[in-house]
Ligand binder design. Structure first.
Ligand code: PMP
Length: 974
């Protein structure tokens, strides 16, 4: 571009072409007309045209653009469209006389105009935060695009573009002159100097090719995947295409991600890893990446400030500035060394372990072998939250040392004691040091030669390769003494005969204050900066790293695929306590979906009762033992008068299956009435009456002839709403019952949940169950209440769900919570109905009602009563509900709050009038809640309802945490 600097062109305001003028251009040159709307741009004027023949984008730019550059963009699109596996890109639409670029004159100004086909897909640009899957996909998209462009050449690619990171230094200097705020200018200048200093030595080795140089959420479109996540697969806006650094291209994508990952730069690493997997970087490129990201951040901010100086009304620039400032703050707030280490880790270029072959022993005279503690999530010493006691790890260390003579904690261990429930951020749980408990006065020798320095009381031995930080050493050394390898540094402090504590940490030279713990995301980077203690204390000093991906692969290899797991990339959960779950990396989650574990996870009393009963007796109910009688009597005492006969099985499916057999046997008929959107179990019969398409997408096509499903009486989005809805739904039920009657085959019964759990915790309209029970009984059928989810105190005000409707069923089925996770199920009915089954044969379940199951079942009821859990469900449920209702006032997406007690549903809709289900948003909400430490899942046929059914022991603080995190997530989505 002869004689022109990039900044010259930057100083031009956008082309002044109105929508009317654009319409005129379209009509004259393309013979197209339709509706026009303006699209944002920093330098061009872009209009979207919606016409009868489709959607287009009209791009108008200054004549100062070299035609050759525009030709390069057009050629790149053609090149990419011809390559298999390249991302989707727009087509180029020529003018009526076949030109791809046309000069037009608007009010004495000449502009260059192109027309592109509109690339269909949803934009990611409004997402304040991208989920991990989208971040990885963006990195992969950038890689696929760069790979597809690797053999593309065009003379128009050699441009003088201000975004070209090869020229970041000089461009920044030019842009800085327009920034009037002195302090801001200084910060920007300093950041650029620091980045350029790191880039310069690497620059000659960075590979150059054709690169898009702007693969960001603004310029990509995607499709919603099976999990409801928007995954980018198409790229638009080739305005910045140049011949430039490959690493620079990726840096542009990464810098933009610093905004859409909420400010944690470690969250954009999956994009780099995904890029590298498709189009591998070289080590030098991986090293240059972070400084390039910083340079990009600097240019972004500087350029916007400068652009506003010439075009203060440019809303596009104004709108971007806050995000760009955040990118700048995040990029400049991180240590170059840490981010370089993180990127090297993510790309597999982590440096080899230091050569420690010449190191000498640190404890030359220690007689005892050091016992290394297991303080991980799996640790054998942890029960009932004891790890939360102050100094628990340290006291365990001291106790072990008093038994073995020497004990230490492990480096690289995700410690349970660091897992803080109810925190939005990841805990720093990964130990970067070892604590030792050794006999006081144990000699400590220098493992390598070095110079001594001090950081408060810490002695630091600074070697060539690494430094060793020691805390708890008593020493005569002073000042900056120089020591040889093997030379005595001092001794473990404390009185002779006692035990003393010593903390050791290795780290890269110049790292002044290394942290003792890192988060799991940062752990990989920190292991480079603070290497393993195994170099000093032997292999057992380093904890084995949990490999959740490998464990998931093993599951996928052998655990049959129809048994789905929550989340695309699930955390590996290995411990639970109360309403909390813990993953192998020490992240605590609030479990808001676990309706099985009503007493809470890891309940010590239940564990104790089960273990004691296992020691004593576990057999089957053909034998006569006290527990089966006592437990059956106790269950019967909880049911309404007359329902005094109990069958014990192992699950809800079995309970419902048995209930159907009872109805069939008692009535001699087979037809069952049930509701749509229902789930009742997996066994052949209970599956037959399960109509939920969320649980089984083919449910409605595959029901057997004896199953008659009627509409779920949903007064929020169902066919009938408002006051007379119950009667209208009843009328529909009567019609169905009449049809069954007409068939002459008789009616065996009706089954449903009294508060409609599967449909999102919906309360049935008042009078509905009474009406339907009456109709069913009038036709000789039995009424079955499936209380597997909503019964047993969960509703707070009621022990059984059917009480809410004021009815008494003929058969109650229950399971799940009655064993707090131990496989236990039951059917409670009348003597007469049970007797009908006996006329057909006996019933026996090998482990149903076993002594262990009965002992657990009794213990669950004991704890429920002692801890007043039904009352807790009432109180916390009411609190949750009122806070959810307040959220609904604030966030239009939250359309309705369903349910009661601790069975609630939060239903999301895109439009309060049409009630269009916000399925995609609900998936995003669940993904985001996981990152924030909350386990939540969608339910309902549209998967747009949060199923809120935590353990009944949930505290008010936990309930508040859930609502606060949901509030934050909804704000981010808005
Ligand atoms: N009924 C209902 C209402 C349920 O929610 C479930 C399980 N989700 C079942 C029955 C089946 O119970 P199980 O998984 O114990 O067989």
């Amino acid at each position: 571009m002869a004689g022109e600097t990039p900044v010259d062109r930057m100083e031009l305001p956008r082309p002044d072409v109105t929508a009317d003028e654009a319409a005129h251009i379209l009509a004259e040159h393309y013979h197209l007309s339709g509706t026009l709307s303006e699209l944002g741009s920093q330098q061009d004027r872009n209009y979207q045209l919606t016409s009868d023949s489709g959607r287009y984008v009209l791009k108008i730019c200054h004549a100062a653009y070299e035609t050759q550059e525009l030709e390069a963009q057009i050629a790149a699109l053609a090149h990419l469209r011809a390559i298999d596996g390249a991302p989707r890109v727009p087509s180029v639409v020529p003018t009526a006389d076949g030109q791809e670029i046309v000069d037009v004159l608007v009010r004495d100004q000449t502009y260059k105009v192109r027309l592109l086909g509109y690339l269909e897909g949803e934009s990611l640009k409004d997402a304040q935060r991208l989920p991990q899957a989208a971040i990885s996909a963006l990195g992969a998209l950038c890689a696929r695009l760069a790979l597809a462009l690797s053999d593309f050449n065009h003379p128009g690619l050699d441009r003088n573009l201000q975004w070209d990171l090869r020229r970041a230094g000089p461009v920044a200097v030019q842009l800085l002159s327009a920034i009037t705020d002195g302090a801001a200018r200084d910060r920007i200048a300093k950041a650029m100097v620091a980045a350029v200093r790191r880039i310069q030595p690497l620059a000659p080795h960075l590979r150059v090719q054709a690169v898009h140089h702007d693969v960001t959420a603004d310029n990509v479109v995607g499709k919603v995947n099976e999990a409801g996540l928007l995954i980018p697969d198409g790229v638009i806006d080739f305005g910045d295409i140049i011949s430039g650094w490959r690493a620079g291209d990726l840096a542009v994508t990464c810098a933009a991600l610093l905004h859409q990952t909420g400010g944690n730069p470690f969250d954009m690493l999956p994009a780099i890893a995904a890029y590298h997997a498709i189009y591998p970087l070289e080590e030098v490129e991986a090293k240059a990446l972070w400084p390039l990201i910083v340079a990009r951040a600097v240019i972004l901010v500087a350029s916007s400030e400068q652009q506003l100086a010439v075009d203060p009304q440019n809303d596009y620039v104004l709108g971007n500035l806050a995000a760009e400032r955040q990118i700048f703050d995040v990029a400049t707030g991180m240590s170059f060394d840490l981010m370089e280490a993180a990127i090297l880790q993510a790309t597999g270029f982590a440096p080899a372990a230091p050569d420690t072959s010449s190191w000498s022993a640190i404890f030359p005279n220690l007689q005892n072998e050091i016992a290394f503690l297991d303080l991980s999530i799996d640790g054998p010493h942890f029960v009932d939250g004891n790890w939360r006691e102050p100094d628990f790890d340290w006291r365990l260390l001291a106790r072990t040392a008093s038994e073995t003579g020497a004990a230490a904690t492990r480096y690289g261990e995700y410690r349970l004691s660091r897992a803080a429930p109810l925190s939005a951020g990841e805990p720093a749980s990964f130990a970067l040091h070892s604590d030792l408990c050794l006999p006081a006065r144990t000699s400590i020798a220098a493992p390598f030669a070095g110079r001594i320095s001090w950081n408060n009381q810490h002695l630091i031995l600074n070697g060539d390769m690494l430094s060793l930080h020691l805390d708890g050493i008593e020493t005569d050394l002073e000042g900056e003494a120089v020591v040889e390898a093997g030379q005595l540094l001092g001794a473990v402090s404390g009185e002779e005969g006692a035990l003393g504590g010593l903390r050791l940490q290795l780290c890269q030279p110049d790292l002044a204050d290394p942290p003792l713990f890192a988060t799991s995301r940062e752990a990989g980077a920190w292991t480079i900066l603070c290497p393993s203690m195994k170099h000093l204390l032997g292999a057992s000093a380093e904890a084995q790293q949990p490999d959740d991906a490998q464990s998931l692969a093993l599951r996928q290899a052998h655990f049959a695929a129809p048994q789905k797991h929550y989340y695309a990339t699930p955390p590996q959960i290995e411990r639970g306590w109360r309403e909390y779950l813990f993953d192998v990396k020490g992240r605590a989650y609030l479990d808001m979906v676990n309706n099985v574990t009503i007493l809470g996870h890891g309940h010590p009393y239940i564990a104790e009762v089960a273990a004691a009963q296992w020691q004593k007796l576990n057999t089957n109910s053909r034998f006569h033992y006290g527990l089966v009688a006592e437990f059956s009597a106790r269950l019967a005492s909880l049911a309404p008068e007359g329902l005094d006969t109990v069958f014990l099985v192992n699950s809800g499916s079995e309970a419902n299956d048995l209930a159907l057999r009872l109805a069939w046997a008692h009535t001699g008929a087979r037809n069952m009435l049930c509701l749509l959107e229902a789930y009742h179990g997996w066994s052949v019969a209970s599956d037959a009456i399960s109509t939920s398409i969320a649980d089984n997408p083919r449910a409605l096509e595959t029901r057997p002839a004896w199953v008659h499903a009627i509409a779920c009486p949903n007064t929020y989005r169902g066919e009938f709403r408002g006051e007379n809805a119950a009667e209208a739904y009843l009328q529909a039920a009567r019609s169905k019952l009449d049809l069954i009657e007409l068939s002459g085959a008789g009616l065996a019964g009706f089954i449903c949940e009294a508060v409609y759990g599967s449909a999102g915790g919906l309360r049935l309209p008042a009078g509905y169950l009474a009406g339907i029970y009456q109709e069913v009984r009038a036709r000789g059928g039995l009424c079955i209440a499936d209380e597997v989810q909503v019964g047993y105190g969960r509703l707070g005000d009621h022990f059984w769900g059917f009480e809410e409707q004021g009815v008494r069923p003929d058969i109650i089925t229950l399971a799940k919570c009655m064993g707090n996770g131990h496989p236990l199920g039951a059917v409670i009915t009348t003597k007469e109905i049970a007797a009908s089954l006996e006329r057909e044969g006996y019933f026996f379940s090998s482990s149903g009602g076993s002594p262990v199951s009965c002992a657990v079942g009794m213990a669950v009821l004991d704890v429920m009563q002692a801890d007043n859990l039904q009352e807790n469900a009432r109180q916390i449920g009411a609190h949750l509900r009122s806070r959810l209702e307040a959220l609904a006032e604030k966030h239009p997406l939250l359309g309705a709050v369903h349910g009661m007690g601790l069975y609630l549903g939060a239903e999301f809709v895109r439009d309060a009038e049409t009630l269009e289900p916000a399925t995609h948003e609900t998936a995003l909400i669940c993904e985001r809640l996981l990152e924030l430490g909350v386990i939540m899942q969608p339910t309902g046929d549209h998967l747009n309802i949060l199923k809120i059914k935590p353990p009944l022991c949930i505290s008010r603080d936990s309930a508040d945490f859930f609502i606060d995190m949901l509030d934050m997530t909804l704000l981010e989505l808005a």
